[in-house]
Design a protein around this ligand. Structure first.
Ligand code: PMP
Length: 407
């Protein structure tokens, strides 16, 4: 007999590391999700920029079914065809020559940071080990990735965190110049900061970061865990900043919800991860790689990438119309379908209330920053779903504004 579970079960048995909403979705299709009672929701969150092709995309469902009947797992002592095909495609489509597979964004970043340290160790010695990251950045929740991340709240109570990490403000080249040195082994950048509040990278800044890395023999790591796989309208967001990384990490949308991640690297950098230096039991799992290969095939097409700007424009127009009526946002920004609407100061701390009211109206939106509504819908969301979701969001905003007038 199937055990009956509810939201209360979460409080009873789960480690309460997140505070999930009362809704427990049981089914999804495209940009729509349903709970057990049959209530319908429009999904503008995509599981934090994960389901770039929407829920249960029929091609992906078929690929997964087929692979499930063929081969589930082999581990790293034996390779497999889906992993080799996916690696080949990733290298063909990007700057990279080599691929390492992992299972999550944090794990891919761990690989990137270990590679950067090892590369510097091999070529310049142990003194060159400092990693520079940006304030407000987010790179994962493992002890090292949390330490590299630029948000103090995630480190609280976990000290002492690993050393050899420095931070400076994003989009501020003077601050970077002041702390980069010949001890720097890597600079890690999100081309658009996600968790930090949907803050797009400045093109000139990004190019100067690249130049500074070259000057100091430091590797440039692009964390594209949130921005990658079509999210911003190009396969990877760094392309729009006109920079070429030495290492790139991708996860989330790569598997459209199936756990798979990758660290991509140039031949020169990758040489430093020789046999035996790093590994992962599930990295390169055939199920995950088969799905990710199909995701890449679908996303990297003019139909999908070419539609991102149109959808971005619809969202911006819709959010602007809401703002004209309710005066709730002080900024609407983003790249492609990673968008942020920052609430006005009178609503500081109330973004969470809008998210909650949104869920009640039947639309999923995320918070970031902490005063930014973050929208990261499917890359192929329909115009109708955009309009419907925005109408629901408007109702939610009307409710919150009724309780907290902004005039
Ligand atoms: N890097 C970035 C930029 C992210 O946004 C996230 C997740 N929000 C991560 C890393 C961590 O990914 P994961 O949760 O898969 O470990």
């Amino acid at each position: 007999m199937t055990l009956q579970v509810t939201r209360a079960t979460f409080d009873e048995v789960m480690v309460p590391n997140y505070a999930p909403s009362a809704i427990i979705p049981v089914r999804g299709e495209g940009s729509r999700v349903w709970d057990k009672e049959g209530k319908e929701y429009v999904d503008f969150a995509g599981g934090i920029a994960v389901t770039g092709l929407g829920h249960c995309h029929p091609t992906l469902v078929n690929v997964m079914r087929e692979q499930a009947g063929q081969l589930w797992h082999l581990s790293n002592v034996m390779t497999n065809e889906p992993a080799l095909r996916l690696a080949k495609k990733l290298t063909e489509k990007t700057f990279a020559d080599r691929v390492f597979f992992a299972n999550s964004g944090a794990e891919a970043n761990e690989a990137a940071f270990k590679l950067a340290r090892r590369y510097a160790f091999d070529h310049f010695g142990p003194e060159k080990h400092e990693i520079i990251a940006f304030n407000k950045s987010f790179h994962g929740r493992t002890l090292f990735t949390v330490s590299v991340g630029g948000q103090a709240k995630y480190k609280e109570g976990f000290e002492p965190t690993p050393g050899g990490i420095k931070h400076c403000d994003y989009n501020d080249i003077e601050q970077l110049k002041a702390i980069i040195s010949d001890k720097t082994c890597a600079v890690v950048i999100e081309p658009i900061q996600g968790e930090g509040g949907v803050i797009p990278g400045d093109i000139e800044f990004a190019q100067q970061v690249r130049a500074l890395c070259d000057q100091h023999n430091a590797l440039l790591v692009c964390d594209e865990v949130q921005s990658g796989v079509g999210r911003t309208g190009t396969l990877f967001a760094h392309e729009q900043l006109g920079i070429k990384p030495d290492i790139l990490t991708t996860a989330k949308a790569l598997g459209n919800g199936f756990p798979v991640a990758a660290m991509l690297a140039t031949e020169e950098a990758a040489k430093s991860l020789a046999v035996g230096t790093h590994g992962s039991t599930y990295g390169g799992n055939p199920m995950a790689c088969a799905v990710a290969e199909a995701v890449l095939d679908i996303v990297d097409t003019p139909e999908v990438l070419g539609g991102v700007q149109h959808r971005h424009d619809l969202f911006v127009a819709g959010l602007t119309a809401i703002n004209d009526k309710y005066h709730v946002f002080k900024d609407i920004r983003g790249m492609g379908l990673l968008m942020g609407a920052e609430v006005v100061d009178q609503l500081a701390g109330k973004a969470g209330e809008i998210i909650k009211a949104g869920a009640e109206e039947g639309v999923f939106v995320l918070v970031a920053g902490p005063n930014v509504l973050r929208l990261a819908p499917s890359l192929i969301i329909t115009d109708e779903d955009i309009a419907d979701g925005l109408a629901r969001l408007e109702k939610a905003i009307a409710t919150v504004v009724a309780n907290h007038p902004v005039a």
